[in-house]
Design a binder for this molecule. Structure first.
Ligand code: HEC
Ligand code: HEC
Length: 211
């Protein structure tokens, strides 16, 4: 993390601490949401390598906030932020971000071209290694399915790779039925970048859905 990032983090920790005493009233929800903006963008679209939250499933978001707090998802930045939140604050934050509109523009993953090897793995999987197609669970073009299968389209490549590595090394666990853990562990090390680049290059929203 950059020094600016670290400074922002500290400032945010201070403001989150101040917000923690309140109930998840409208006002404190606004204040909480503002603390997320520095890293996840003012409308939850993601910034740099920080993931998009807008339009992710509400139950998925609640589960992630809980996982950061209880350590099933190890992350030094998110843990202290969410550790002091009440259940109702987590719920309110999840509801807020799940309802924000998904924008067609990518949030700057820096990946422009389609990675063909990544596309093949994403769409067909690789049966000899027991890897199902990613799109079976993450939807056509990685736009997500329902509340619990998150979209991958347009998420930063670095972020996607980090998550796959986290499952492989045990830093992320507790996902439903261990499905993702199994997939990640079946991947080879040099599968991660191509498949992450492929999803990062896709628009989170279909052309036809442009507002
Ligand atoms: C200082 C930067 C920073 C701030 C502020 C921040 N986050 Fe994060 N957030 C991150 C990072 C880094 C990750 C990726 C963690 C990982 O790799 O597991 C992340 C991941 C997440 C995820 C998981 C997304 C996914 O697709 O699984 C959620 C949910 C989340 N943050 C919610 C929030 C909320 C809500 C707030 C405000 C209360 C917030 N974050 C504030 C840095 C930040
Ligand atoms: C059998 C279903 C299934 C398949 C196949 C699958 N996933 Fe997943 N994936 C999931 C589920 C469920 C989650 C949510 C995990 C959680 O709740 O923590 C997930 C989460 C993820 C995440 C984290 C997203 C985020 O926002 O943090 C990444 C990255 C990911 N999958 C990549 C892949 C890739 C790449 C493939 C193909 C090689 C793949 N997945 C195949 C079920 C699947």
């Amino acid at each position: 993390m950059t020094r600016t990032g670290a400074t922002i983090g500290l400032l945010l920790l201070a403001s989150v601490g101040a917000a923690q005493d309140g109930q998840a009233t409208t006002q404190s929800l606004d204040a909480l949401v503002q603390t997320c903006a520095a890293c996840h963008g003012p409308e939850g679209q993601g910034v740099g390598d920080f993931p998009r939250l807008a339009g992710l499933g509400e139950s998925y978001l609640v589960a992630q906030l809980e996982a950061f707090a209880n350590g099933k998802r190890e992350n030094a930045i998110m843990k202290p932020l969410v550790a002091g939140f009440s259940d109702s604050q987590r719920q309110a934050l999840a509801e807020h971000f799940s309802q924000l509109p998904v924008k067609a523009a990518q949030q700057g993953s820096g990946v422009a071209d389609i990675n063909e090897a990544g596309k093949k793995l994403a769409e067909l999987g690789r049966w000899e290694d027991d890897i199902p197609a990613c799109v079976q669970c993450h939807g056509p073009e990685g736009r997500g399915i329902g509340e619990d299968f998150p979209p991958l389209a347009g998420q930063p490549s670095r972020y996607i790779q980090d998550q796959l590595e986290a499952w492989r090394s045990g830093k992320r666990s507790g996902d439903p039925l261990g499905l993702m853990e199994q997939v990640a562990k079946s991947l080879k090390g040099d599968d991660l970048a191509p498949v992450a680049d492929y999803f990062a290059s896709l628009s989170p929203k279909k052309e036809a859905d442009h507002e």
